[in-house]
Every structure is written in structure tokens, then in C-alpha cells.
Design a protein around this ligand. Structure first.
Ligand SMILES: N[C@@H](CCC(=O)N[C@@H](CS)C(=O)NCC(=O)O)C(=O)O
Length: 212
């Protein structure tokens, strides 16, 4: 029997959660090996051999090692049994990649760092909110939600009738974003995103990956 895949990271990380959601939705038993990138002094020096940029997650299975969540999740989806998390239809697949790119380039910086970190995480650690940064992030977050809502249309999931990697990318970012009152207000402008969030938040994979 082969050892289960190992994911290196911390449960508070958006990107680690994306990879864990992917493993769980595929039904793959795995191990989360703790790496705290925010520890004093940074991650352990030997972690840089797994991820030269010192970010989380990194992934290992048998003799394979990977870093960068887009590579990890696509590999997991394509190399393992379980439900397809990427559409087979070329246009739907392009939409899935488009939404992943939106999550990486706009949702993560604006929803997570611009809104959640400023409004929720920093005050929780006794650090004052940078109100200027928060205010600047709000129109960008609104634009992000508008684009995602338009692409989603009337479908139950971000890309059509089935759960895809696009949903798994967006969900951990929305989970943090919606903890901020500004995030909760902004999603109310889009009934389809609100319904998507209710659907997504109730999945067992989301409960199983709740940051501690
Ligand atoms: N492009 C990377 C991003 C991963 C990433 O930014 N992870 C965050 C935690 S959610 C991290 O390691 N941050 C540490 C840092 O910025 O130094 C990926 O897709 O895996």
C-alpha cells in the first residue's frame, strides 16, 4: 500500500485550504504536514527545498513533488480517481481557468488582504486597520464580485452544473471576506453569489477544512 499524499502548510492559509478542498472533494486520503510561514524566523530552512519561494502549500506523493496551487490542484484532479473538477468542454474549462485567475489576481489581494485582513484579522491581533487601504479595496472587491456574478449567471456553481476548481478557489477567499461587515454587505448585491455561497458553505469539505 502506498503512503497517502502529503500537503505541507497551515489550515489558516487560503491556498492550503484550496488544495485540501480539492483532495477531499476527490475523496483522497491525505496528510497535512504543519508548516507555519508566519512563525518568527519564517518557515523551516529545509522547507525551501520543497518550495523555493517559501509559500504554502507544497505537495508530495510517492516520488512527485509540486508547489503552486494551480499545478497541485490540476495534478490531483487529473491523476486521481474521483469526480472531475475541471469541465471537459473547452469553453467551460476556459471559464473555470478564467475564474481561477480572477481568484488569484483580484479576489485574493482585494477580498482577503484588502478587506478581511484589514477589517478582521489585524484588529483581532491588536493591530489597527489601515482604513485607507480598506477603503481603496472596497470598489475593487465590488468589481470582483460583479465579474464573478456575471460569469456565473443562473448556474448553481461558478461554472455550470457541477462543482469545479473555480468554486474551490473562491470559497476560502469568500469565507474570510464575508467575516467583514463590508463583505457581507457587498455580496447582498448578487443573489446568485449568495445562493452559491450557501451551497458551498454547507459542503462537508468546507466544514472539514475550517481554519482552527
Ligand atoms: N502562488 C501561490 C500562492 C500561495 C500563497 O500565497 N500562500 C500564502 C498563504 S495563503 C503564503 O504562503 N504566504 C506567505 C508569504 O506571502 O510570505 C500558490 O498558488 O500556491
Amino acid at each position: 500500500m502506498t503512503a497517502p499524499p502529503r500537503l505541507f502548510g497551515a489550515d489558516y492559509s487560503v491556498y492550503v485550504r484550496i488544495a485540501r478542498l480539492c483532495l477531499i472533494e476527490k475523496g483522497i486520503e491525505h496528510q497535512l504536514v504543519p508548516i507555519d510561514i508566519f512563525a518568527a524566523g519564517g518557515p523551516p530552512a529545509d522547507y525551501l527545498a520543497k518550495h523555493p519561494f517559501g509559500r504554502i502549500p507544497a505537495f508530495e506523493h510517492q516520488d512527485i513533488s509540486l508547489y503552486e496551487t494551480s499545478a497541485i490542484t490540476r495534478y490531483i484532479d487529473e491523476a486521481f480517481e474521483g469526480p472531475h473538477l475541471q469541465p471537459l468542454d473547452p469553453l467551460q474549462r476556459a471559464r473555470c481557468n478564467q475564474l481561477i485567475s480572477i481568484a488569484d489576481n483580484y479576489a485574493y489581494p482585494h477580498l482577503v488582504w484588502g478587506v478581511y485582513v484589514e477589517r478582521v484579522s489585524k484588529p483581532g491581533r491588536g493591530v489597527p486597520t489601515d482604513e485607507e487601504k480598506l477603503v481603496a479595496a472596497l470598489p475593487k472587491a465590488r468589481n470582483c464580485l460583479m465579474a464573478m456574478s456575471q460569469l456565473m449567471g443562473d448556474a448553481p456553481w461558478l461554472v455550470g452544473e457541477h462543482l469545479t476548481l473555480a468554486d474551490l478557489y473562491a470559497a476560502p477567499m469568500f469565507d474570510y471576506f464575508l467575516m467583514a461587515p463590508e463583505g457581507a454587505d457587498l455580496i447582498r448585491e448578487h443573489a446568485n453569489l449568495q445562493e452559491w455561497w450557501a451551497r458551498m458553505a454547507s459542503r462537508p469539505s468546507m466544514a472539514a477544512t475550517q481554519p482552527s
